[in-house]
Design a binder for this molecule. Structure first.
Ligand code: SAH
Length: 369
């Protein structure tokens, strides 16, 4: 049993079953033993791999997307370039390299702000970005006012979700409890802490018995807060993650260890826990704050329309055969539908008077599945 499981069991014994969000919060962010507090989970040696770690071209393309967005919205002289959950710092490092090489005016207009709770990953970000001036934040609230350009890749899937289960007696909350039979950790249901069906989207309220509905309260709050700022002060946010366009039903909580699926209740603190992102919920939180939402569209369509394949080809021309193959394979994995091209989506938020962001022109507020 891991030390974090012991801590969770003590908590359940003292104050009863844990709602899934509280369980996830402890598993990922417990100040001493949480998964993100104690390790670098990303990369070949870690538990999962992300788009920026697959290919440098991903970050370069996103850096250029930011530069174009900045230019199209008036080339302001003071913009905060914000990344949520920057992992090893690879995405921001690739973005800044491309920005400095191709858009020096934009480079001198930005200062970089990273929102990161993991001390281990902050250390890696510091190393990856040592040539740049960077400010770290525990949460979005401390980012100074003014224009912001926000990028978040695989950030929202890492936030705690609540799960609700439809029973014969109505909706109940899913929780982690101790089994009365053998005292192992198990999923169970408990009465809703905030019994208010009105909070559920209307198409979900009447779902059949045994349906599971998930809600990412923290994700909605963060999105709403950033959207409010973007609507008022400008410029934009770009969210890339895996998930669904419409509110969906189903249990998407998943655990990963060493690139394999795992039992979410085993080896707690040493496994990654994520859930699919409900883009419709983020859309609603943004629209409520006065932003226009673009997409979500497939990541593959987004990256292809921004020229990721052409960029990989240009780099390949000056690379060794081995490097060229890596570039081609990486690019394919990011855009192919049997890779990350369709499960992953891109969504952008802008103020009402903004141009349509690059890559979203054809599918403004469109549906892609
Ligand atoms: N964007 C990176 C890493 C994705 S992993 C990439 O694409 O490689 C999720 C990231 O979000 C990690 O950096 C993790 O430490 C951070 N994170 C998780 N929960 C967070 C929270 N509540 N606040 C800020 N950062 C968080």
């Amino acid at each position: 049993m891991t030390p974090l499981e012991t801590k969770i069991r003590k908590r359940i014994n003292a104050s009863g079953p844990l709602p899934v969000s509280e369980f996830m919060n402890m598993a990922l962010c417990d100040p001493e033993l949480g998964y993100y507090k104690t390790r670098n989970p990303i990369g070949g040696e870690g538990d999962f791999i992300t788009s920026p770690e697959i290919s440098q071209v991903f970050g370069e393309i996103i850096g250029l997307w930011c530069a174009v967005m900045w230019q199209a919205s008036g080339s302001a002289t003071d913009v905060k370039l914000v990344e949520l959950g920057p992992g090893r710092g690879t995405l921001m490092s690739d973005m800044l390299r491309a920005i400095h090489a191709t858009a020096p005016d934009f480079a001198s207009a930005i200062d970089v702000h990273l929102v990161e709770t993991s001390p281990v990953l902050r250390g890696l970000q510091e190393e990856a970005l040592k040539e740049h001036k960077v400010t770290w934040h525990e949460n979005v609230e401390s980012i100074p006012g003014g224009k912001i350009l926000v990028v978040a890749n695989e950030f929202f899937d890492a936030l705690p979700i609540d799960q609700f289960v439809k029973t014969e007696d109505g909706w109940q909350e899913r929780c982690v409890s101790l089994s009365p039979n053998d005292d192992t950790l198990t999923f169970a249901t408990m009465p809703m802490r905030h019994p208010n069906d009105a909070d559920f989207p209307s198409e979900i309220v009447a779902a059949p018995v045994n349906s599971v509905f998930e809600e990412n309260v923290v994700g909605k709050e963060i999105t709403g807060s950033l959207a409010g700022r973007i609507a008022q002060d400008g410029i934009a946010a770009l969210i890339l993650d895996y998930g669904h366009n419409q509110h969906g039903l189903g249990d998407t909580l998943q655990a990963m260890k060493s690139h394999q699926f795992h039992n979410p209740l085993a080896e707690i603190g040493e496994i990654d826990l994520t859930a699919h992102v409900d883009f419709a919920a983020l859309d609603a939180a943004s629209t409520e704050q006065g932003c226009i939402v673009h997409g979500p569209i497939f990541q593959g369509d987004f990256l292809s329309s921004l020229g990721i394949e052409q960029r990989a080809e240009i780099l390949s021309a000056n690379a060794s055969v081995k490097q060229a193959n890596l570039l081609t394979d990486g690019c394919r994995r990011l855009i192919a539908s049997d890779g990350m091209g369709t499960l992953f989506k891109a969504m952008a938020l802008t103020p009402k008077d903004s141009v349509i962001p690059a890559g979203f022109e054809k599918r403004h507020n469109g549906v892609c599945e």
